[in-house]
Ligand binder design. Structure first.
Ligand code: HXC
Length: 273
């Protein structure tokens, strides 16, 4: 647990901050003292989230933004500075996703997800970095990716390719902006059941969740709050020498695809008396 107040006087933008993992990240950073700016497309969703966080004593501002639009992204940074006078952390969490056989994924479907995930992360990082570099101020970016950025996965050609791009962008920007005092890191969560992802990716069914849990060494799915803790760590001074890194939090899911393949079967055999 990071100490209370470790983000005191700091300001964080969380894209996709109105729902799911993004809202959990905003809440965690807020509880640790940050003022948070929630940015995504739907004003009513953002306003409700900002009200909810404010009721918990967190300074929260909703700024409706489509991260695919450069002008709107620049306006997001300007609104943050107008409201709070500073910007310290950017969390690129906004994403779009659905499953589709690749051969029937429409060009527009592919483009839309890549645009939100990859182009959106670039545009937001660029706008924040311009501000930091212009003031010689330190900055901190955390990108949400997925472990299928390096494994691939069936049915998500758009999202997996985009997340792979964001992971590469993380490393490129970390190497380019390190000397400008900007750290850039990534978090690769395993399976989190949030309303949007569960519905769109088909894990809203408890049977599917149980089957997925059985393949994970820690034996359960991940919570949004656990993802938020990892983001908070990377954005905090406890990670002051960490840049260009990816913190995978998948309960060991990636390991179970190792040499022995069906790890559960091996474990069952070992545990037989
Ligand atoms: C097939 C779909 C589709 C679906 C959209 N499209 N949803 N195709 N199945 N379920 C296609 C549309 O037909 C259209 O192509 C194109 O995508 C653009 O769709 P629009 O609705 O016009 O775009 P937009 O309003 O911008 O929103 C699209 C979207 C949204 C961003 C993809 O539907 C969405 O994703 N909402 C859910 C957000 C979400 O799931 N967030 C959690 C991500 S979790 P055509 O050709 O018809 O014009 C995540 C973590 C990954 O990413 C790790 C998990 C393990």
């Amino acid at each position: 647990m990071l100490p209370q107040g470790c983000f005191e006087h700091h300001v964080a933008i969380v894209t996709g901050g109105g729902t799911g993992i993004g809202k959990a990240i905003a809440r965690t950073l807020g509880r640790l003292g940050a003022s948070v700016v929630l940015a995504s497309r739907k004003k009513e969703v953002l306003d409700a989230a900002a009200r909810d966080l404010s009721a918990q004593g967190i300074h929260a501002l909703a700024v409706p933004t489509d991260v695919r639009e450069p002008d709107q992204v620049d306006a997001l940074v300007a609104a943050t500075l107008a409201a709070f006078g500073r910007l310290d952390v950017l969390v690129n969490n906004a994403a779009g996703n659905f499953t589709s056989p690749s051969e029937s994924l429409t060009p527009n479907g592919f483009r839309t997800v890549v645009d939100i995930v990859l182009n959106g992360s670039f545009l937001c990082s660029r706008a924040a970095a311009k501000h930091w570099i212009g003031r010689d101020a330190p900055g901190n970016i955390v990108n949400l990716i997925a472990t299928y950025a390096w494994t691939g996965a069936p049915g998500v050609a758009h999202s997996a390719a985009a997340k792979a791009g964001v992971w590469n962008l993380t490393q490129t920007l970390a190497s380019e902006w390190g000397r400008k005092k900007i750290r850039v890191n990534a978090v690769a969560p395993g399976i989190v059941v949030t309303e949007n992802a569960a519905k769109n990716l088909g894990f809203d069914d408890p049977k599917v969740q149980a089957a997925l849990s059985a393949t994970i060494p820690l034996g359960r799915l991940l919570s949004s709050d656990e993802v938020a803790d990892a983001v908070a760590y990377l954005a905090s001074p406890f990670a002051s020498y960490v840049t260009g890194a990816c913190l995978t939090i998948d309960g060991g899911l990636g390991l179970s695809r190792g040499l022995l393949g069906q790890a559960e079967e091996v474990m069952r055999r070992m545990e037989k008396p």
